[in-house]
Design a binder for this molecule. Structure first.
Ligand code: PAF
Length: 283
């Protein structure tokens, strides 16, 4: 595995792969890697010849009162995980490499960035879309892998990729969970043992609603109410919404199209997000 920190060296290295007609897979991350990230690497290795992982804690997607300075970092551990997972190139630029002093051009996502996390984290998806677009231009991958836990991020990136005619395939990889159901997240490390137990309410609520959905329940209010009963133990629920899988607008009841039940909640001072896709059985 090569660890690369500059765009120039990344381009030089990838040019060789491209001239040998290799298919380049890419998993963008902010580091502090867990099994969810490694599932992106595994998916990329299954579909591509060369896998690139980036580690960059992107300042433009954090709000002024968010956890940019305390975001967990452990580069040496991440580097070893990537090497062991068969990553070919680990791209770890510093902030100046990504946002040189004169930087002033942003990607402004549209409606998909407004509800859910967008409503609570102003500017977040502008920062995500901007850095993802820049990373796409730096790596120029054939396929990019994102985790389903960040469902809205996947939707925003997919739309950006289509809208800006980027010749890249976007693949969403199912959420990886701890054995008890908690969605894997770098932020889980902030949780105390007691908070970790209470955080289970999130996946339990989502699974309870998904079970009812599988048993035939199609009423949006009822499905949300089922999840909501479990969510009493979180400290602050930001949103619990059943949204259309394409538009991210509140789903019409009864459900007739694929929908996603999405949650963002604070447990202690840690903000966690999760979702389940409620896909109608194919007739
Ligand atoms: O999902 C993440 O880790 C980040 O939002 C991403 C896609 C790496 C952009 O900074």
């Amino acid at each position: 595995m090569q660890t690369i920190t500059t765009v120039a060296e990344l381009r030089r290295t990838l040019a060789k792969a491209r001239s040998a007609d290799k298919r380049v897979g890419f998993a963008p991350t902010m580091g502090y890697l867990h099994d969810g990230h490694l599932a992106l690497v595994a998916a990329s290795r299954a579909q591509c010849d060369v896998t690139v992982v980036s580690i960059f804690v992107n300042p433009t997607q954090f709000g002024p009162n968010e956890d940019l300075s305390t975001y967990p970092r452990d580069f040496l551990r991440d580097e070893k995980l990537c090497r062991d997972a068969g990553v070919a190139i680990l791209f770890a630029p510093d902030a100046q490499e990504v946002y040189p002093t004169q930087f002033e051009t942003f990607v402004d996502p549209g409606e998909l960035a407004k509800p859910l996390c967008g409503a609570f984290r102003p500017g977040h998806f502008r920062g995500v879309a901007t850095v993802v677009c820049k990373l796409f231009n730096m790596v120029q991958p054939d396929v990019v892998f994102f985790g389903q836990k960040d469902f809205q991020q996947c939707a925003v990136v997919r739309r950006m990729t289509n809208d800006l005619n980027l010749p890249i395939e976007i693949v969403t990889v199912p959420t990886v969970r701890e054995p008890d159901g908690l969605a894997m997240s770098s932020r889980n490390r902030y949780l105390s043992e007691e908070e970790r137990r209470r955080a289970l309410a999130i996946s339990r609520g989502l699974f309870a609603a998904a079970d009812e959905f599988r048993s035939g329940e199609r009423n949006v209010e009822k499905l949300v109410a089922i999840a909501s009963r479990h969510l009493k133990t979180v400290d602050r629920l930001q949103y619990l919404e059943l949204v259309d899988g394409d538009t991210l607008k509140t789903a019409d009841s009864p459900l007739r199209r694929p929908a996603v039940l999405c949650v963002a909640a604070y447990v202690g001072s840690t903000r966690l997000i999760d979702n389940v896709i409620l896909a109608l059985p194919t007739p």
